[in-house]
Design a protein around this ligand. Structure first.
Ligand SMILES: [Zn+2]
Length: 254
């Protein structure tokens, strides 16, 4: 799961969504799927899709699995269910995801007793508040210290039937990213430390397919163990710079 911050829509795009939402509420005869299908095409032009892709960061990866390139406007509260007719064109309900995650999630959406989604939302929920990263397998496992409600959310979200978060191919990609981060650390440690070495370190780490791991290794649970612990202790300025760069490219990632 790739943390993201919701950006502000242009006034034009916001007005366009509002108008469409209003029409759906005013006229209950309008079929949601037909209307969405017709309007989805124009979203590429009016700034909604661009804003979502900007939130997803370079290469526009899926906000759920962080692996495949996103291509769909996903409704956190599914448009397929009449209960959420009032959220079909709601900007805050949109997420950028890959087609497989979209398909999995659509058939699997649950709410709690007060109607909030159980599924974690990459824009509202912080991945490392709910999961531990296991380097041996590339898995994300629910943290041991969660409240029963949050444990329920973490287990639901990481279920193979709901998102690709723990699918083998995604876990392997996470391990590859972790190895890339470690290689960049080793290279930096063994270099004479010129200005160019800083840039090279930042470039290699930023290039990792799962940049959300940086927070885990350099500030989260991962940073309690070596080699990360020692690296953070010795290169605080570098880590600060990395964090700033990451957040510029991937708004809200760390
Ligand atoms: Zn995905």
């Amino acid at each position: 799961m790739r943390p993201a911050t919701r950006v502000e829509l242009s006034a034009r795009a916001a007005a366009w969504l509002e108008k469409n939402q209003w029409q759906l509420i005013e006229d209950m005869e309008i079929n949601i799927h037909e209307r969405w299908g017709a309007r989805r095409k124009t979203m590429n032009k009016n700034g909604v899709v661009q804003a979502l892709r900007h939130m997803a960061g370079p290469s526009f990866r899926c906000m759920y699995c962080g692996d495949s390139e996103g291509c769909d406007v996903e409704h956190y509260y599914p448009k397929a269910q009449p209960a959420w007719r009032d959220r079909v064109f709601e900007w805050r309900n949109f997420i950028w995801v890959c087609a497989p995650c979209n398909r999995l999630k659509n058939a699997n959406f649950r709410t709690d007793a007060v109607g909030n989604g159980i599924l974690l939302n990459p824009v509202n929920d912080k991945v490392w508040d709910f999961f531990d990263y296991v380097d041996e397998s590339g898995y994300l496992v629910p943290r041991f210290d969660l409240t029963p409600e949050n444990a329920d959310r973490a287990f639901f979200t990481s279920s193979e039937k709901v998102t690709r978060l723990t699918h083998d191919v995604v876990c392997e990609g996470r391990q590859r990213s972790a190895r890339g981060i470690r290689r960049a650390m080793q290279r930096y440690e063994s270099s004479p430390r010129s200005e160019g070495d800083v840039e090279e370190f930042l470039l290699h780490v930023m290039d990792a397919g799962h940049p959300e791991l940086c927070e885990w290794f350099f500030a989260g649970q991962g940073s309690r163990e070596n080699p990360y612990r020692a690296f953070v202790a010795h290169h605080r300025g570098l880590i600060d710079e990395l964090r700033q760069r990451l957040n510029r490219s991937y708004p809200g990632i760390w």
